[in-house]
Design a protein. Structure first.
Length: 553
């Protein structure tokens, strides 16, 4: 039995506790079984944390198995990306990686066994005819005219299927269950079909491939899985899962348990829809930081710990619901608030000239990398010319505006108090330069201690800053549930990405490592892009308001 201290509880863990207590199982064995037909997304992260987390907590085992039965849509690149995602999230599988394709010989043997028992037959109905014979939710189906073919003939036909003697779509192998069943999944489902496709693991050995529902349960049993955890859309399929295992000569009988899938606001969780976005060029690729894929979140600046914490907070239930994006944002914000070093960047710069500071002087100021944790310090070059955010200055403002105003003072973060004396404008009336003075006795002083300055703003040296591309992100879709739209692509947000080509950053950021997260003071959390060849930072999340939409004073 697992140590119950400080571990989550839910209905699945309650079942496992009961199974271990009763002696039904001596230990637990779970698996994470993705199909390698795309990158993993945040919904898969929930399943990863559940399956691998149970194995860790109960000191059991968890397999990584690729359910690779559909070679036309699968790719070895997806296999590699999935392995990387699982490890990046902080988990590792037991033993060698498993592939359903490794069991193709055994699966074929079990299909032959079903034929020999009179429980499977080769059917030559066209797809259109098969749909007609299947019936509806309110009307029973009717038997295929091939349903009563003899065992001997079915064995010969199935052998011909295996040998490539039929065309694709000409025939299939179906389980013989009940065409009048109230469960559509039991109305003689297809268990093998013909595909002349190269497989990334088995090459051209096979031209018939087992269907997922036939493969999955047998793969679980062959691996000794005790609890087969899947999402609610497979609830009815459990009847087929159990039927297959009950009718073949296999000892292990795993228990399928369903839980609710993750639905997250302002995104889609269908790999088909995500693939459409990639194929149609509406995003950069599977790892676009706007995508809900693990690779996209990683590139965006999300940490493994924040995603694990998110999966912990949403919990495991049987109740379908839509999770607010704010919950995911809160997890990464909490993580980065504690662990991200601070830095300064100016995204929309306006120049300040400090007229009473020597033109050739460079004063190196010390600034803490974190306000409360001991992360060391960094040096900031302070010079006569600096940049501040354009929105941090106004010629006139009311009392609520706590930044720089003409004729008034403000404190520069980790530096001095300055006063705006006059401005210079271009012909269109745009401010090009703000001329200021500084008080050289205010370095390191508390702004409330003897000097009534209204606020603190960030800055960078105009002569020593570095330039970088900064990518600002908003929601990929304009509606909370784009999957419900008739055309989900019509709800794409045209302003989901804004690129700032020449943001001004403090010099210390030149050495930032890929995927390293920072708090750009007063702006939000940003991470160095792990793909761009030039210095690029991706906005991860805002400081307070969702997606950095901080209300302007």
């Amino acid at each position: 039995m697992a140590d119950t201290e400080n571990r989550p509880t839910n209905f699945i863990r309650n079942i496992i506790d009961g199974d271990l207590a009763s002696g039904k199982h001596a230990s637990t064995h779970t698996r994470f079984p993705p199909e390698p037909n795309g990158f993993l997304h945040i919904g898969h992260a929930k399943s990863i944390c559940l399956n691998f987390g149970i194995a860790q907590d109960y000191k059991g085992l968890c397999n990584l198995r690729f359910d690779d039965t559909n070679p036309e849509k699968e790719d070895i690149d997806y296999v590699h990306s999935i392995q990387e995602d699982v490890k990046w999230l902080g988990f590792d599988w037991d033993g060698e990686i498993c592939y359903s394709s490794s069991y193709f010989d055994k699966l074929y043997g079990y299909a032959v066994e079903l034929i020999e028992k009179g429980l499977a037959y080769v059917c030559f109905l066209s797809p259109e005819q098969a749909r007609e014979y299947r019936g509806t939710l309110t009307e029973p189906g009717k038997n295929s005219p091939h349903r009563d073919t003899s065992v001997e003939e079915n064995l010969a036909l199935f052998e011909k299927m295996k040998n490539g003697e039929f065309k694709e779509g000409e025939c299939v192998l179906r389980a013989k269950i009940d065409m009048a069943s109230s469960f559509m999944v039991l109305r003689d489902p297809i268990i093998y079909r013909i595909r002349f496709a190269h497989h990334h693991q088995t090459g051209d050995k096979w031209c018939i491939y087992p269907m997922y529902d036939f493969t999955h349960c047998i793969s679980d049993a062959l691996e000794g899985i005790t609890h087969s955890l899947c999402t609610l859309e497979f609830q009815d399929n459990r009847r087929l899962y159990d039927w297959v295992l009950e009718n073949i000569s296999i000892e292990c009988k795993p228990q399928q348990i369903e839980f609710s899938r993750l639905n997250l606001e302002y995104t889609v969780m269908s790999k088909r829809k995500l693939n459409d976005l990639v194929e149609n060029g509406q995003v950069e690729g599977w790892d676009d930081p706007r995508m809900p894929t693990i690779a996209g979140l990683r590139r965006r600046g999300y940490t493994p710990a924040s995603i694990r914490e998110f999966c912990k907070r949403i919990g495991i239930t049987k109740q379908d619901n839509m999770v607010e994006m704010g919950m995911l944002e809160a997890c990464i914000r909490d993580d980065l608030n504690e662990n991200a070093p601070r830095a300064m960047a100016v995204l929309d710069p306006v120049k300040i000239v400090i007229e009473n500071f020597d033109a050739d002087k460079v004063e190196m100021l010390s600034a803490p990398n974190h306000p409360t944790l001991d992360m060391g310090e960094r040096e900031l070059p302070f010079t006569r010319e600096i940049f501040i955010e354009r929105e941090d200055f106004r010629v006139e403002a009311n009392k609520k505006f706590k930044r720089l105003v003409l004729g008034k003072e403000v404190r520069l973060r980790n530096a001095y108090v300055i006063k705006a004396e006059r401005i210079e404008e271009d012909d269109a009336g745009n401010i090009t330069t703000i001329f200021c003075s500084y008080d050289d006795e205010t370095l390191g002083k508390n702004p409330a201690d003897g000097r009534k300055v209204k606020g603190v703003i960030h800055w960078v040296s105009a002569t020593h800053c570095i330039e970088a591309e900064v990518r600002q992100y908003d929601r990929l879709f304009n509606v909370p549930n784009p999957a419900a739209a008739e055309d989900f692509t019509a709800t794409l947000n045209p302003e989901s990405l804004v690129i700032i080509a020449n943001a001004k950053l403090e010099p210390s950021l030149a050495n930032a490592e890929a995927e390293q997260g920072f708090q750009f003071e007063r702006l939000g959390y940003y991470s160095r892009d792990n793909k761009a060849e030039t210095l690029t930072f991706n906005q991860t999340v805002g400081l307070r308001d969702s997606w950095a939409k901080i209300e302007k004073a």
